[in-house]
Ligand binder design. Structure first.
Ligand code: GTP
Ligand code: MG
Length: 321
């Protein structure tokens, strides 16, 4: 974070603009450097031309990440591992399971299975590597009060695991609003560091269920859109940091837009818009089918072709159809 004085050194930023920037969470050169002129101009009450100038200057000043050699990246990619969903078709869609160093987004309407999959992964991450897990623990940020220990118990028994032990390895926090939710990701980093020091292992799964509900409820209307996206962007960067620091995976859920204001709008658009689309590496669209049947569709992945898979929600967990 930079002092107000630093922001004022940017061309076009006087004291009043600096205050507005800080109020809208543009409180570091990095956050300004990655902003779009439209967002910044709305938040700081300056013209787009000025916003552009401010962003360019911040880019020159800020350390927004440099270059790494291809080999270094390959080395990092070699550490990537996967967690099974316990459904082969679902795993196949993802080329073997939910990947570490990655954000996976599940979006879909109510009852489509987002929370059930999140529960399943919190259990299967604890399986041994031979069984498709990472022999690890889970951190679970619950924003809708939908975490159910009883479901974890059923799913543990479904895999022949001791429910009490499994529940002991899931750290759950309820997030009461978007600020609290953001703070909890920082807390999760502290928790993971402590566990790594104490036990030699950090949790490999971070769940945020749901990523967007608080943001959606708190930032209403077009005027609040830029601020909401800016905050969500910041939040997601902390989530990415978690996945990189601990070679962990993040699973986030998202509801679909009901689009009351647009008759011709696509009712299957996820909330959160572009920022989330560019950051989540795997996006899965879930929809209901008959009975306990659900369909998952992989949408815009960088390296895997689009495809669909069927999964079931059973008492013992997510299973093959
Ligand atoms: P929202 O959070 O409301 O957006 O929905 P979601 O996508 O998170 O839905 P969720 O994952 O909670 O799925 C709920 C559905 O899972 C229910 O409608 C049930 O069909 C199914 N389900 C939940 N628990 C059980 C269970 O114990 N047994 C079986 N067979 N199905 C269950
Ligand atoms: Mg849910």
């Amino acid at each position: 974070m930079v002092e107000e004085a630093d922001l004022k050194e940017l061309p076009g930023v006087g004291p009043a603009t600096a205050d507005k920037l800080i109020d809208s969470e543009y409180d570091s050169l990095e956050s300004i450097a990655v902003a779009t002129p439209t967002e910044l101009s709305a938040s700081a009450d300056v013209g787009e031309k000025t916003a552009n100038k401010i962003i360019n200057a911040a880019r020159e000043e800020a350390d927004i990440g440099g270059f790494e050699t291809g080999n270094k990246l390959l080395e990092k990619r070699e550490e990537v591992s996967k967690i099974t969903t316990r459904c082969d078709e679902f795993d196949d869609l993802l080329n073997g399971g939910v990947e570490t160093q990655t954000i996976t987004e599940l979006y879909g309407e109510y009852g489509s299975g987002k929370t059930q999959i999140a529960h399943q992964l919190a259990v299967s991450v604890q399986l041994s590597e031979e069984e498709g897990g990472l022999d690890s623990k889970a951190v679970y940020i619950d924003t809708e009060n939908s975490f159910r220990p009883e479901r974890i118990k059923q799913m543990s028994e479904g895999l022949g695991l001791d429910p009490e032990e499994v529940l002991d390895n899931i750290f759950v926090a309820r997030a009461y609003n978007s600020n609290h939710q953001m703070l909890l990701v920082e807390k999760a980093q502290e928790l993971a560091k402590d566990l790594r020091e104490e036990e030699g292992k950090a949790p490999k799964l971070l769940v945020i269920d749901s990523l967007t509900s608080h943001f959606r409820a708190e930032f209403i209307g077009r005027g609040a859109l830029a601020e909401r996206q800016q905050k969500l962007n910041k939040h997601l960067h902390e989530v990415i940091k978690f996945t990189n620091l601990f070679n962990a995976t993040a699973l986030v859920t998202n509801q679909v837009q009901s689009n009351p204001d647009s008759f011709f709008g696509d009712p299957t658009r996820p909330i959160g818009g572009n920022i989330l689309g560019h950051i989540a590496t795997f996006r899965l669209y879930l929809r209901k089918s008959k009975g306990d049947k659900r369909i998952a569709r992989l949408v815009d992945s960088p390296c895997i072709p689009e495809g669909e898979g069927i999964f079931l929600i059973k008492e013992e967990g997510i299973r093959d159809a």
